[in-house]
Design a protein around this ligand. Structure first.
Ligand SMILES: [Zn+2]
Length: 316
């Protein structure tokens, strides 16, 4: 059994992630995750090893965020049916604190899965997303930096010295970049629409040791430009960094159908980037790849793109 599991992919999620209620009109809604999970019920995904996301611990979160920030977020538990606005588009409901803990906990569990070796890759199907959350600031639908918490866990729990997060969400991961910028043991590479929210991610933002690589793309850019940015800029730098673990901030809002931005990717482009990342992980990371869901706001395009991503993780 153990050998069979070593050939497969962990799918980590939790029903609590559906209880983060952003109201009836918010793009970052529970239906996003419902669509993804429903699509992953297809027979072809039976080989996934399904795991319930644990709660992230205070210790895990405070490797990234100040403790007073973590405790302040967790203390916001509105009455059922009510919401509290952290910023204009970042809302907390009764279930949000647990959802945020499960989302970060899923990313950490994915790291443990591939480091223990019982799975070769992992996909954390979670919300709220994480890549906009800065050390002490919730923003852009995000509370805790799920991918960065996972990267720090890999450093501290598993002693890794080179951990990379790559991010193909259409928005720049300002939070991950902020956390990684001055740590040469961490790599952050991102393609994203520019100009666009949150306004960071210029090519000149390169980190303390060129450990940050940004590939901004203009509104209207297609999959060809996306693939060129990765092939010419991000993947060569990632190859040089030679990560011992590859963490993916997997946002699918660069799809041409997505309502929040203006890139023009096809669903197939998400399969292409997944294949390239599997190659990097095979070359440097003993195949270890942990993918964490970020954005994606057209429900059908999100489900199609995420399932292609997971199908590729299963086959590659
Ligand atoms: Zn996004």
């Amino acid at each position: 059994m153990r050998e069979d599991r070593a050939l497969t992919v962990a799918l980590i999620t939790h029903p609590a992630c559906l209880e983060h209620d952003t109201g009836p009109w918010h793009p970052e809604c529970a239906d996003r995750l419902r669509y993804v999970l429903r699509a992953l019920e297809a027979e072809e995904f039976l080989p996934l090893v399904r795991e319930a996301a644990p709660l992230a611990t205070i210790e895990q979160l405070t490797r990234v965020h100040p403790e007073d920030y973590v405790r302040a977020i967790l203390a916001i538990v509105p009455e059922p049916g009510e919401t509290v606005a952290i910023d204009a588009d970042t809302l907390m409901s009764h279930g949000s604190a647990e959802a945020a803990l499960r989302a970060a906990g899923a990313a950490v569990h994915g790291v443990d899965a591939v480091m223990e070796g019982w799975a070769r890759r992992a996909f954390a199907a979670v919300r709220p997303p994480g890549h906009h959350a800065e050390r002490n600031r919730a923003m852009g639908f995000c509370f805790f930096s799920n991918a960065a918490v996972a990267a720090r866990h890999a450093q501290v729990r598993w002693g890794l010295t080179r951990v990379a997060v790559v991010d193909f969400d259409v928005h720049h991961g300002n939070g991950t970049q902020d956390i990684f910028y001055h740590d040469a043991a961490l790599f952050y590479g991102s393609s994203h629409q520019f100009p666009c929210y949150p306004g960071t991610g210029r090519a000149v933002e390169q980190g303390v040791a060129e450990n940050v690589v940004n590939a901004p793309l203009p509104p209207g850019a297609t999959g060809a430009a996306f693939r060129a940015a990765w092939s010419d800029t991000i993947l060569p730098a990632l190859d040089r960094f030679a990560p011992e673990l590859l963490i993916v901030s997997a946002g699918f809002d660069a799809h041409k159908a997505d309502p929040l931005a203006q890139l023009r990717l096809e669903t197939a482009d998400f399969g292409w980037i997944t294949e390239r990342l599997i190659e990097i992980a095979a070359r440097h990371s003993r195949g270890r790849l942990v993918s964490v869901l970020e954005g994606g706001y057209d429900l059908d395009a999100l489900a199609a793109s995420a399932t292609l991503h997971v199908r590729t993780l299963l086959q590659g």
